[in-house]
Ligand binder design. Structure first.
Ligand SMILES: [Zn+2]
Length: 322
């Protein structure tokens, strides 16, 4: 009997359907070469899916807010952009790059959540026929933080990159789920319960099995907590059940295997919650917690000192009311 290597085994019905869906897309896909895409700063990770990889840095004048991973998905009749980076200048560059990739209209700009490094480039995509899509709680979240987000962005980005930056709220809201058809390419959007923020949205591209998680998935760059640590940990198993071939993090490499990609995030949050709960039980203060909780994660993440203290503070404030 001959052992059949796994890659030669009979394709599943799912593989067959995905293969057929990709074959249907191929004649319509962008003509740009991989090398050319790379030159303009976007990497093709699957047919018709391009990701720009942001830097593991805090926003500053030099990086122009280029610290997260905006993406674009090309269908046979339309394009969806997922997140727009951290400034009008970055959004404009991204828009220019997409115009080189495809002549299909950008019908949707999807924001995965409220954070400035994901939404501040929105204004560069304003056009007739372009809808902005977000979680149903995104408008209120943006409205509440508008002034501070704009003031901070101007200060950190400097006038040149900030110029033109506006808060553009969504025109299409996702309450539970929503399907968007780009032509031979259906995306499923899901509004998630409070986790990284209270307005996290995920996007699933069916033809390629690509799962876009925004900041529900970090890799390399330390996760940041601005929603609920309990909610985020609780959401993990549900996210892990998505039958994806690859995942795109909000911060991290262009593409990762799923669900293994999220295991380090699960470990970090679980360690943080366990340490903080223990300290609350022992009557320790928030300052004690900031000094010691989660320190076993030091060295495993970029920007640990920049974000970890705030994560501990957020976790402590949430967990002391349990
Ligand atoms: Zn975020």
């Amino acid at each position: 009997m001959i052992d059949v290597p796994p890659f030669l085994s009979k394709p599943s019905r799912k593989d067959f359907l995905r293969g057929a869906a990709i074959a249907a897309l191929l004649p319509l896909l962008p003509r740009i070469s991989r090398a050319e895409a790379e030159r303009i700063g976007v990497l093709e990770i699957a047919p018709g899916i391009f990701v720009h990889v942001g830097k593991y840095q805090l926003v500053n004048e030099t990086n122009r807010g280029d610290i997260s991973n905006p993406c674009c998905i090309v269908g046979s009749s339309a394009v969806a952009v997922i997140d727009t980076s951290g400034s009008f200048a970055m959004g404009s560059d991204l828009h220019t790059a997409i115009l080189q990739i495809t002549d299909k209209p950008i019908r949707y700009v999807i924001n995965t959540h409220m954070h400035p490094d994901h939404v501040m480039g929105n204004a560069a995509f304003q056009a007739a026929g372009t809808e902005f899509v977000g979680h149903y709680k995104l408008p209120a979240a943006l409205y509440a933080r508008k002034e501070s987000y704009l003031t901070n962005a101007r200060e950190r980005l400097g006038e040149a990159s900030f110029k033109g930056t506006e808060i553009i709220p969504p025109t299409v809201l996702v309450k539970d789920g929503l399907e968007l058809d780009l032509g031979n390419r259906v995306l499923t959007l899901k509004a998630r319960p409070t986790a990284h923020t209270d307005n996290d949205l995920t996007i699933f591209d069916h033809p390629t099995g690509t799962f876009f998680l925004g900041d529900l998935l970090f890799s390399g760059h330390i996760p940041t907590l601005d929603g609920s640590i309990v909610g985020w940990i609780k959401l993990m198993p549900e996210l892990m059940q998505e039958k994806a071939d690859r995942a795109v993090p909000g911060h991290g490499p262009k593409s990762m295997p799923w669900p293994d990609a999220i295991l380090p995030v699960q470990r970090y949050l679980t360690v943080l919650a366990t340490d903080v709960r223990g300290m609350i039980k022992e009557g320790k203060t928030i300052e004690d917690a900031v000094a010691t909780a989660g320190q076993s994660e030091r060295g495993k993440w970029a920007l640990f000192d920049e974000h970890h203290p705030r994560n501990v503070t957020a976790a402590f404030t949430e967990l002391e009311w349990e």
